[in-house]
Design a protein around this ligand. Structure first.
Ligand code: 5GP
Length: 216
């Protein structure tokens, strides 16, 4: 919620939503996600656990919680992950507790996760999930972005490019699709999705009480 959206919120109340962003590697999803987070104080990032190595500039606990296979296995076994998947040969998962706390407080949570994770969240939390698939504008731009990416080995880039053709086919599973040609435009489109989804009557349980005020 931003600006004048806030005024009636305490009375109407709202359950937080789970904004799931997925894309083929290199579509610019992480940049978009950061811009969206920076522009919206009621939205926070779900920080995933992963067994992959940090890239230069990535910070433990901020970009990811970097953990080893044994720890990942223990978290998955004990049910502490909302979803988890093997992506490009490494394990990724969403810690459950911070998400549940945020939603209960009416805060929205952004998930930067792949299509496998999105499928699992839709199954376990269908009413709370709003999913957006981000597509790159064209194949050449995608390749350039992947090659530019700091820390990616050429093997890694090749593997990701081979995966892209498969990943792109997942778009029909998502509620919304954004073609990320220009950051500003895509950001505006994402913000529109968030604004509209927050206004869904089903997300505002306090409306029953609110509407009582007009009874004569
Ligand atoms: P990267 O290694 O480039 O940070 O992420 C690789 C892929 O893993 C991206 O598509 C990213 O969205 C996905 N990913 C990151 N965290 C999670 C997670 O917790 N669960 C799932 N299923 N995918 C994730």
């Amino acid at each position: 919620m931003t600006g004048d959206d806030d005024a009636l919120l305490p009375m109407v109340g709202r359950r937080g939503l789970m904004l799931v962003l997925s894309s083929p590697s290199g579509a610019g999803k992480t940049t978009l996600a950061r811009a969206l987070l920076a522009s919206d104080p009621n939205l926070s990032l779900s920080v995933s656990v992963t067994t992959r190595q940090p890239r230069p500039g990535e910070r433990d606990g901020v970009d990811y919680h970097f953990i080893d296979d044994a720890r990942f296995h223990a978290l998955a076994e004990s049910g502490e992950l909302l979803e988890h998947a093997l992506v490009y040969g490494k394990r990724y998962g969403t810690p459950r507790a911070p998400v549940q706390a945020a939603l209960a407080e009416g805060r929205d949570v952004l998930f930067d996760i792949d299509w496998q994770g999105a499928q699992q969240l839709r199954t376990s939390a269908q009413a709370d999930v709003v999913s957006v698939f981000i597509l790159p504008p064209d194949a050449a731009e995608l390749e350039r972005r992947l090659e530019d990416r700091a820390g990616g080995s050429s093997d890694d880039i090749e593997r990701r490019l081979a995966q892209v053709a498969d990943d792109v086919t997942r778009w029909p599973e998502y509620d919304y699709v954004v073609i990320n040609e220009r950051l500003e435009r895509s950001l505006g489109q994402l913000r529109s999705v968030v604004t509209a989804e927050r206004l869904r009557g089903t997300r505002q349980p306090g409306l029953f009480r609110f509407a009582e005020r007009f009874r004569r």
